[in-house]
Write a protein that binds this ligand. Structure first.
Ligand SMILES: O=C(O)CCCC[C@@H]1SC[C@@H]2NC(=O)N[C@@H]21
Length: 180
């Protein structure tokens, strides 16, 4: 895979923006509200699938080696034992999937459908991971309704708003940049 300087610049900018998205976070219990997923949406919508995958992977690796770029200014290898690390794993796969399913797509409605699917993926990985860490690391097992009320329900409407904004602005940015 050959990456042009222009694409590398976009990738570096998006790594930085995902980190900014983590800084813009509101603690709401064990799972914070953040703008990381908004910038993961943008990464998938502005880059090719492998570029998007690599961009989010680099973000996660930079956090794992110690940069405090995860939500709540955290980082370091111990983050894998954080209840929210599953969401970070899901972002890497989600960015690839979003890009793959929206290549050359300009309809905001169709893009929105893909972003909703990406959200399903985030929670399909994020919630079981949350459950495992709460039970085995935090010693605080929870039933499904508690998990959903802490780690999913408060975020659904804000996440849909982030998805709608991304679905509206990304095609315009792609048009202005002459497409990925
Ligand atoms: O620890 C991290 O850095 C990851 C935080 C993940 C927060 C999740 S992403 C989906 C949902 N929407 C939000 O705004 N917050 C949660």
């Amino acid at each position: 895979m050959k990456i042009k300087t222009k694409d590398l610049t976009k990738m570096a900018l998006l790594v930085a923006l995902i980190a900014v998205g983590a800084f813009i976070s509101i603690p709401l219990g064990p799972v914070p509200f953040t703008l990381q997923n908004f910038f993961v949406f943008m990464t998938g919508l502005l880059l090719t699938p492998w570029q998007a995958f690599l961009t989010v992977l680099v973000y996660v690796l930079l956090g794992l080696i110690g940069l405090p770029i995860f939500a709540g200014f955290t980082g370091g290898f111990q983050s894998v034992f954080s209840p929210t690390f599953g969401f970070l794993i899901s972002f890497v796969i989600g960015a690839f999937m979003i890009s793959k399913l929206t290549r050359k797509e300009t309809s905001s409605v169709k893009i929105m459908i893909v972003l909703v699917l990406a959200e399903v993926l985030f929670y399909a990985i994020g919630l079981p991971y949350f459950h495992i860490i709460m039970k085995n690391v935090m010693g605080n097992p929870m039933d499904l309704s508690k998990i959903m009320s802490l780690a999913m329900i408060p975020f659904l409407i804000p996440d849909m708003i982030k998805a709608a904004v991304a679905a509206i602005i990304a095609p315009r940015i792609n048009k202005a940049l002459n497409r990925r």
